[in-house]
Design a protein around this ligand. Structure first.
Ligand SMILES: Cc1cc2nc3c(=O)[nH]c(=O)nc-3n(C[C@H](O)[C@H](O)[C@H](O)COP(=O)(O)OP(=O)(O)OC[C@H]3O[C@@H](n4cnc5c(N)ncnc54)[C@H](O)[C@@H]3O)c2cc1C
Length: 487
């Protein structure tokens, strides 16, 4: 019997697992996909938000800043990639000043002390490439960017290192409440556990209804993105938002943690389904809106489009903590800023477990550290230096991915860290191999060969998106559409 079983290996489930791994408890994390970080955690803006945007009356307003302030320390321990860049909410309309002031005031209510309104000149000094018509901006000094899937992977690796058991390919299909424990039924096994944590993202309403009366619903809200080539992120220094709307924080333009310019997301409520396809008309609209922030974007450097799905709860807030069923806790409806808030959500769940009678005794063997798989590359090595390392016999220094300059030893390392990596995309998320200009044309077969050699099992070379049957707008389609529109 486990003490705690966590359903869902997104950033919320993995952060809770790692948080609990410091105590003398038996904990397991069950995930239906072939890897952790396969839901909303895989595709989002990756912003470590300031915490001024959500009202203090909402849990998401109260948890964001509490999560944000933990990032620096977490990144020191886990090396997943976090950079404090600061963020700006900009306006070109003089009349929006009171709205920025209201956001500042709300941020102060949420505990923030690093907000200020900037004038045109101050903004231009900070961001020389921004739209020169900008009038005012709300600046948050402590906001930043991170690598969300690397963060969830790091959390999971460290949790496993500290004794948490991770079960992939394990979809929860039913839960029975017995006298003093639960029986959790999965497609491939059943487990007994004293406590259940529901962190199942888009499906957290279905999981909740396995034990409780229906009190909320989750609806997917899609958001599409354009990602530009490595190095393009240098156009901006901070995360730049436009004025928010009822549907969200609006189109942002930022550099990703690894230095690609990122544009998006839009927001469309979906009627059901979880289609991660992208659409050329939506991408074009995002591009045009992005131009209101900066024109330092070259569409020729478009390398990829993608879609994220927000788990929007009918309560329009995070649903975290006790439910009508003692021992069954929710971490549901975790839409934005859920990534930022995840450390605070894990704290709240831990406190609730203690309140419900779980003994939390520190484990003296707990090790909070996890070595990085990769470091952020400021500059790539000259091609002449890597060319002789491309087609040599297998060795640690052999370059497997030409665009991102990933060595064989990095690929091998990521495969042997306590979590089986069973897709080529799993290697991509851990090492960045196939994230560059050619999007894997060159290196995917080479990665597959290393995986098969290391694991001795056949590996499916297809991408996650190909396996899901989703269609993504390609660079050629996007460029052709832009040309057509601009005629
Ligand atoms: C477009 C977009 C932009 C965003 N931008 C930001 C941002 O910039 N900053 C920020 O802080 N937040 C942002 N967010 C929010 C953030 O991405 C989410 O809050 C966070 O990823 C939610 O994590 P999660 O673990 O709750 O869910 P998920 O990552 O979806 O994980 C849930 C997991 O549960 C698994 N699961 C589901 N059902 C079952 C089952 N029956 N059995 C077993 N496993 C199951 C799924 O496979 C999945 O892996 C954004 C979200 C989106 C979509």
């Amino acid at each position: 019997m486990y003490d705690v079983l966590i359903i869902g290996g997104g950033i919320v489930g993995t952060t809770i697992a790692r948080r609990l791994s410091r105590y003398k408890l038996s904990v397991c994390l069950v995930e239906k996909s072939n890897d952790v970080a396969m839901g909303s955690t895989k595709a989002n803006s990756a912003i470590v938000h300031g915490g001024y945007a959500e009202a203090n009356a909402k849990l998401k307003g109260r948890l964001c800043y509490k999560g944000r302030v933990q990032y620096e320390q977490l990144n020191k321990e886990l090396n997943f990639g976090f950079r404090k860049t600061g963020s700006l909410v900009i306006t070109t309309d003089e009349n929006n000043l009171p709205k920025l002031e209201a956001m500042l005031e709300n941020g102060q209510k949420n505990g923030l002390t690093d907000l200020k309104i900037l004038s045109h000149d101050e903004i231009m000094a900070m961001e020389p490439n921004i739209n020169p018509d900008v009038r005012y901006a709300l600046y948050c000094e402590g906001a930043g960017v991170c690598s969300p899937y690397e963060m969830a992977i790091a959390m999971a690796e460290n949790a496993v290192h500290n004794g948490v058991e991770l079960f992939l390919f394990s979809e929860v299909v039913g839960i029975d409440k017995e006298e003093d424990h639960f029986v959790v039924h999965m497609t491939n096994r059943d487990f007994k556990t004293r406590y259940v944590i529901n962190a199942a993202g888009l499906y957290s309403d279905k999981i909740d209804q396995m034990v409780n009366e229906k009190t909320f619903e989750i609806r997917p809200r899609s958001g599409e993105y354009i990602l530009f080539a490595p190095g393009t992120g240098k156009a901006l220094n901070t995360v730049v938002f436009q004025m928010p709307s009822k549907m969200g924080k609006g189109i942002l333009v930022t550099s990703t943690y690894h230095g690609n310019l990122l544009l998006g997301p839009d927001a469309i409520d979906e009627d059901g389904g979880v289609d991660r396809s992208t659409h050329v008309e939506r991408l074009y609209k995002i591009y045009k809106e992005g131009l209101l922030t900066t024109d330092k974007m070259d569409i020729e450097t478009f390398i990829r489009s993608f879609t994220g799905l927000r788990a929007v709860a009918s309560t329009d807030d995070f649903i975290v903590g006790a439910t009508a069923t003692p021992g069954f806790l929710n971490a549901a409806g975790i839409q934005s800023p859920g990534l930022t808030s995840s450390p605070a959500i894990a704290d709240m769940i831990t406190e609730e477990l203690a309140a419900q009678g779980l003994t939390l005794e520190e484990d003296p063997s707990y090790d909070p550290y996890r070595a990085p798989i990769i470091e952020r590359k400021e500059e790539m090595r000259p091609y002449s230096e890597i060319a002789p390392l491309l087609d040599i016999p297998s060795c640690p220094e052999k370059i497997i991915c030409r665009c991102e300059q990933v060595e064989e030893k990095t690929i091998v390392d990521c495969l042997h860290r306590g979590i089986p990596v069973l897709s080529v995309d799993g290697v991509k998320r851990r090492t960045r191999a196939s994230m560059g200009y050619c999007q894997g044309d060159f290196c995917r077969p080479r990665i597959k060969a290393i995986m098969e050699r290391e694991y001795g099992v056949p590996i499916d070379i297809r991408t996650d998106i190909q396996k899901e049957g989703a269609a993504r707008v390609t660079r050629e389609e996007f460029l052709a559409y832009c040309r057509e529109q601009e005629k």
